[in-house]
Design a protein around this ligand. Sequence first.
Ligand code: ZN
Length: 152
Amino acid sequence: MSELRELYQEVIFDHNRHPRNYGPLPGANREAQGHNPLCGDRITLRLLVDPEGVIREARFEGSGCAISTASASLMTEALKGRRVEEAEALFRRFHALVTGEAGEGRGEEGPPLGKLEVLAGVRAFPSRVKCATLAWHTLEAALRGGGTVTTE
Ligand code: ZN
């Protein structure tokens, strides 16, 4: 188990140091900002959703702690090629994973969480859950028409 934990930390470290899909997205048609005042994390998320409702591109910019940056990086990787409904289902499952709540999303049919599971460890640190979910709340805002979300 500790070997697995080390691997997880390595993935988070790597995505924080070298965030995937970081930068502007010319031609984006969905955009939202997220702010986690508790930690100071800020993110701007941009998406390119095609007329069939498939997320073709996802990119983010901003600054934040290692958890929020790694989470945004892993999220943008997981979103590409997904239908909007699949992305929403992923968010519900991810939320259940990091909060440890057996609520909505747990056991739901849908795309596997895959690499996103490395963030399960934040469960033990309630204040970091908001860091891990910031990008996802921002995604929800972007899919619902934009604006700014704050975790408080
Ligand atoms: Zn944070």
